[in-house]
Design a protein around this ligand. Structure first.
Ligand code: 2E6
Ligand code: F3S
Length: 316
């Protein structure tokens, strides 16, 4: 039986960002340095494949510091933690390594700086997401007001509307955030914003690639986990750019082949926490069913790298 023709547009950049790469390396180096078990507070990054493979090497994933013994090292996930978490680890004399992405830490520092200058913060982010919880937890309760939507802007009650600054989660939709920022500026004309976007380079670049691909395709697949904010945003960006079928999949087994029946062009990308192995698995699954032509759509070249903390650097 002859296979139907299909063009697959592969987004570039896609998959691992510098912060994810660093966080995974931190767990691996910690296992080499201290042996198993090494505890990790929260999924190091939001990907089951990554978490399962580190678990197989001896990492133990927990949600709270209370679940860790005093005498084993603990690593804080790439999403960041409230200030109370390292404080509690210090109080217990624990060895800990912070794998918070440096671009998330930068937002933490921004929040502190504005707080010290007497400003109350507005955070644009998703309630309950660990990055939002971690960033809000850099300041005392009540010092950070959360807005998730344009509608939320009308509902906040700042202490002094003339003394406000805003920060954002790093993985938001660039376009949706611009709308929320405009609403904040309209209601609070003197609000201070970041010098440069808090949305990170990896989020921005992956969304730009999807926008470029969207007009060419009948369907978009995004490899990523259901709890991965940046991956979910890629699905939304695809839909907003006119792609009628845009779906999040964890791996090849999740593809709904019946939904793809009759399509001639498909787009493929991967969230910042999804390993390239899973991209290759999906490409193989398409090649098995279709006479496949793959075209790479490259909208940026990334060269960002972050060093691991000194304690884990191998002496030269
Ligand atoms: C840390 C900060 C931002 O859900 P989210 O997109 O935040 O997280 P992951 O783990 O899917 O992506 C990487 C990341 C880590 N992004
Ligand atoms: Fe950092 Fe952005 Fe990745 S905040 S972990 S570089 S998605």
């Amino acid at each position: 039986m002859t296979k139907p023709p299909l063009t697959l547009y592969l987004a570039a950049p896609r998959g691992f960002c510098a912060g994810v790469d660093r966080a995974i390396k931190i767990v691996e180096l910690a296992l080499t340095k201290w042996g198993a078990p090494v505890y990790v507070r929260h999924e190091i990054v939001h990907n089951k494949y990554v978490v399962d493979s580190l678990r197989a090497q001896g990492a133990v994933f927990v949600e709270e510091l209370d679940e860790c013994p005093d005498d084993r090292p603990v690593i804080f996930s790439a999403h960041g933690v409230p200030k109370s978490v390292p404080s509690a680890a210090q109080a217990r004399n624990m060895t800990y390594v912070d794998a918070t992405c440096p671009l998330v830490s930068k937002v933490h520092i921004e929040a502190e700086r504005h707080h010290e200058a007497g400003l109350q913060m507005v955070m644009i982010g998703h309630a309950g997401h660990p990055e939002t919880v971690g960033t809000m937890g850099q300041l005392p309760d009540g010092e950070v007001l959360l807005v998730e939507t344009i509608e939320d802007v009308a509902g906040i009650t700042p202490r002094d509307p003339a003394k406000l600054a805003f920060i954002t989660q790093t993985t938001l939709s660039v376009d949706d955030t611009a709308g929320i920022v405009a609403a904040l500026q309209a209601r609070f004309p003197s609000i201070i914003g970041p010098h440069k976007e808090d949305i990170c380079y990896a989020t921005t670049n992956r969304q730009a690639a999807v926008k470029q691909i969207a007009p060419k395709i009948d369907a978009l697949l995004v490899i990523g986990a259901p709890n991965s904010s940046n991956s979910k945003r890629l699905v939304e960006v695809g839909r907003a750019a006119g792609c009628g079928y845009a779906q999040l999949i964890q791996r090849a087994g999740d593809i709904d082949w019946r939904a793809l029946d009759g399509i001639r062009a498909v787009g493929l990308t991967a969230g910042a926490s999804a390993p390239e192995t899973l991209v290759n698995e999906v490409l193989d699954a398409f090649a098995a069913r279709y006479d496949l032509t793959t075209e790479i759509v490259e909208t940026a070249v990334e060269s960002v790298e972050f060093k691991v903390p000194r304690v884990l650097r191998i002496p030269a």
